[in-house]
Ligand binder design. Structure first.
Ligand SMILES: CC(C)(COP(=O)(O)OP(=O)(O)OC[C@H]1O[C@@H](n2cnc3c(N)ncnc32)[C@H](O)[C@@H]1OP(=O)(O)O)[C@@H](O)C(=O)NCCC(=O)NCCSC(=O)/C=C/c1ccc(O)cc1
Ligand SMILES: O=C(O)CCC(=O)C(=O)O
Ligand SMILES: [Fe+2]
Length: 362
């Protein structure tokens, strides 16, 4: 097919980078121009594209009903899922559906702002590094870009948020964090019980949930979804991630069958939240709980959004296997690392599967 006028505008990759990154149009701006072909910088190498033969349709990650959360069977299902899958969905979790719908609406409101308004929050222009609008993951270091725009909000206090966060989504994100915290605490309590950690004192509370980062992700319609990715293979660097996805689907998790070269779709379930173990919890638990690789495909017909809350240690915390976990004589697999060093290492390279955790290995 002959290239359209718009495609020809971007034969030069510096013009494309200027439009998408520097001027704040993002991939949403590209998508809305009605491009007929995927621009070259987004073409991923073959091995990074999700080949459908590796997709296991009959498998599913566990779905856990939280309505009787005090029942020991729920705790046992949570610990089991964190060990074997690193991923599960929760239903009847008590976060009201309106809160979830409101944060999804707020996500659309933010991304529907004109480019110059969103660009006020770019790395170059933002009043604080705690608020950042961007595209792809780490464009300076990536060989191929990812088909995703995001707004990343690091929570310090409600006061700071009221000054720094975009007014079109601030209250809805704060409400989502407030209401979700209740279920995060329950899950962490269950997971710590499973490790023989009897009490979550202030030091442990900080290691487990000392900081939170909420991302609003926007994956616009892609002209050639098979050639690119929404998000490349990675594990999160959090302790736990709480993910709200919409009804579109497209998130895949690495399966635990055979050689592990199989991917399982995470089906959207109305009102559910997806929970996954991050590297920090894998390290604290000396690998009892597993952070599992996941990726997001691009979509050729629908825009998709998702809203993860990354529950993390504080940047100034030092993380390593918990003493309670090593009490039985188990050998530590990880050394003590400053959490902000760990996160910087993650952000300064392209997505590369599970490689980040090598930074903490002994
Ligand atoms: C090190 C942090 C992140 C930033 O501190 P800073 O003092 O402002 O440091 P820098 O401004 O020097 O940022 C370090 C590098 O990280 C980059 N960065 C700074 N925030 C960001 C940002 N939200 N986005 C993508 N680069 C950034 C930033 O551009 C910079 O890269 P470079 O310019 O190449 O040196 C600091 O806030 C910190 O230690 N936070 C701990 C809590 C935390 O944020 N944890 C991460 C949870 S996020 C997570 O689990 C998964 C996230 C994720 C996200 C996207 C995915 O596709 C997949 C996964
Ligand atoms: O959009 C999704 O479903 C997952 C996004 C993700 O993995 C992330 O932001 O870390
Ligand atoms: Fe992720």
């Amino acid at each position: 097919m002959a290239p359209t006028i718009e495609d020809r505008q971007f034969t030069d990759s510096s013009t494309l980078i200027n439009f998408v990154i520097n001027r704040g149009n993002g991939v949403k701006g590209l998508s809305e121009m009605g491009l007929k072909a995927l621009p070259k910088p987004y073409i991923q190498p073959l091995e990074e594209r999700l080949c459908m033969t590796k997709f296991v349709p009959q498998q599913s990650i566990p779905i856990i009903d939280m309505s009787h959360w005090k029942n020991p069977r729920v705790a046992s299902a949570v610990c089991d899922a964190a060990e074997k899958w690193g991923f599960f969905q929760i239903v009847n979790h008590d976060v009201p559906i309106e809160v979830l719908n409101n944060v999804k609406d707020a996500t659309y409101r933010f991304f529907d702002l004109p480019a110059d308004q969103k660009n006020k929050y770019s790395k170059e222009n933002s009043a604080s590094s705690n608020v950042r609008f961007g595209t792809s993951f780490s464009p300076e270091t990536e060989k191929s870009l990812e088909w995703k725009d995001y707004l990343s909000l690091f929570f310090v206090s409600e006061e700071e948020a009221s000054i720094l966060w975009p007014p079109v989504c601030r209250e809805q994100v704060l409400d989502y964090i407030r209401r979700t915290k209740v279920v995060i605490k329950k899950l962490l309590q269950m997971l710590m019980d499973g490790l023989n950690v009897k009490e979550i004192d202030e030091t442990k509370r900080s290691l487990l949930m000392g900081s939170m980062r909420t991302n609003l992700n926007y994956y616009p319609i892609c002209p050639d979804p098979e050639l690119t990715v929404g998000v490349g293979r990675h594990s999160d660097v959090s302790t736990l991630t709480i993910l709200l996805q919409d009804e579109i689907g497209g998130l895949y998790v690495r399966g635990n069958q055979g050689d592990g070269d199989n991917w399982i779709h995470v089906p959207p379930i109305k009102g559910s939240l997806v929970i996954n173990v991050g590297d920090a919890l894998q390290i604290l638990s000396n690998s009892r709980y597993k952070s599992v690789e996941h990726r997001v495909i691009a979509n050729g017909t629908k825009n998709r959004i998702s809203v993860p809350i990354f529950v993390n240690p504080k940047p100034t915390d030092i993380i390593g296997p918990l003493v309670e976990v090593l009490q039985n004589g188990e050998k530590p697999i990880y050394k003590q690392v400053l959490y902000s060093d760990y996160v910087k290492h993650f952000f300064r390279k392209a997505h590369d599967g599970k490689k980040t955790v090598e930074f903490a290995e002994i």
